[in-house]
Ligand binder design. Structure first.
Ligand code: CNA
Length: 367
């Protein structure tokens, strides 16, 4: 970081202007992409990109796990992912993790935005702190994804670390049965390959992330409070010429100084993430493509996890009644950028007809 600071001091006004031409808006960032100035975007994401799917984050007021500790029976929110706490009280994690198993939640528009960056060959890597695996479900290629805190695809004992079949742990989580280590001599419990506080990160994390951050010509931070290392530290490691864009409900990390007169590269856009990625996609001319990505993926996920939804006549009737009902909630006409979720059954024409002022009301695909 010291090196970055000294580089910063060496920058003259022309250097600073070259970064975003002092247009510190999403439009300014998009102009840089459109003119070919961005080819390697590194994105850091956190629990905020999954809240619209229904998975609570840590710190959002009211809905965050911080405010609902009784439900999970926790002394602190971090206890949920604390290895010492898990070894004493594995039930809380098993209870929470049940919701995160594949099929319970679908990726959000924000996840498909990441996939869109990959499709346009400008994604260097997504660093996710999430363990819900929705990035995978959205189709982000594994070589462009770093699940910093692990995932459910592996499993091991929390004490002796002997690996075990992840499907056994999944079944245990699903049936609310806390599983003990198969070794009778060991006092550990079986857990998925999620990195808990107190456990080491994946091998080579520092090396891999340092390389990506050095190559980054745009850093996007989405849906994280940047309170947890190693991601909290990553925005400080990009080059001084690298613009940094925050899409979030609140200002976090190094972005706190974005109003300073010396700021030349930090862009802060506050609001609901799915709205913000829509604004970004629209600015790039990719908004229909983004919706189609989501619709096509929801179609596949429905077939995989909820085939019953595909041919549910009741849902179709309810959907028709809702679309003609004068009591159906509509997106506020004044809110130019409000977006609704795409339905897996939307046709290309329906998606083409979407416009900021004529968003259809859609029954969420999950229910
Ligand atoms: P956090 O500390 O709860 O921060 C979330 C951030 O996202 C906050 O700044 C919120 O204001 C913001 N936010 C939430 N919803 C939205 C929204 N719809 N639009 C815009 N902004 C929004 O969570 P972090 O990810 O920063 O913390 C890292 C922890 C949380 C990691 O260890 C995760 O494993 C852990 N976690 C993960 C999940 C998951 O996998 N989905 C859920 C809960 C916690």
């Amino acid at each position: 970081m010291g090196q970055v600071n000294s580089q910063l001091e060496d920058l003259d006004d022309l250097d600073r202007q070259a970064v975003l031409n002092y247009d510190l808006t999403i439009k300014g960032v998009c102009n840089k992409i459109k003119t070919g100035g961005v080819k390697n975007i590194v994105v850091i994401v956190g629990a905020g990109i999954s809240t619209s799917a229904g998975i609570p984050d840590f710190r959002s007021p009211n809905s965050g796990i911080y405010n609902n500790l009784e439900e999970y029976n926790l002394p602190t929110p971090e206890s949920l992912f604390d290895i010492d706490y898990f070894n004493e009280n594995p039930e809380s994690f098993y209870n929470f993790a049940k919701n995160l198993l594949p099929g319970n939640y679908y990726p959000t528009l924000s996840h498909y935005f990441l996939k869109l960056l990959a499709e346009h060959n400008i994604l260097q890597k997504v660093y996710t702190q999430n363990i819900d695996m929705l990035e995978r479900l959205a189709g982000i290629p594994s070589e462009l994804l770093c699940e910093c805190h692990g995932n459910f695809s592996t499993a091991y004992c929390s004490v002796c670390h002997k690996p075990c079949d992840s499907s056994i742990v999944e079944e245990g989580i699903m049936s609310n049965t806390v599983l003990k280590c198969f070794d009778k001599e060991c006092n550990g419990y079986l857990k998925p390959g999620i990195v808990f506080y107190g456990e080491p990160l994946m091998k080579n994390f520092q090396l891999i992330s340092a390389n990506d951050l050095m190559a980054a010509d745009l850093l996007i931070v989405m849906g994280t409070s940047l309170a947890v290392d190693p991601c909290a530290n990553m925005p400080y490691q990009v080059d001084v010429y690298c613009p940094r864009l925050l899409l979030n409900n609140e200002v976090v990390g190094p972005f706190v100084n974005y109003k300073s007169s010396s700021n030349y590269r930090d862009v802060v856009s506050l609001g609901n993430l799915d709205d913000l990625v829509y604004i970004f996609a629209k600015e790039m001319g990719w908004d229909r493509e983004l919706y189609r990505l989501q619709r096509n993926s929801y179609n596949k996920l429905d077939k995989l996890y909820h085939p019953d939804r595909l041919f549910n006549p009741l849902n179709t009737i309810i959907s028709m009644i809702k679309s003609f009902s004068p009591f159906t909630p509509r997106v506020d006409d004044d809110d130019e950028y409000s977006v609704n979720s795409v339905n897996s059954k939307d046709t290309d024409e329906e998606i083409d007809d979407y416009s900021p002022n004529s968003m259809p009301y859609i029954i969420p695909a999950f229910f």
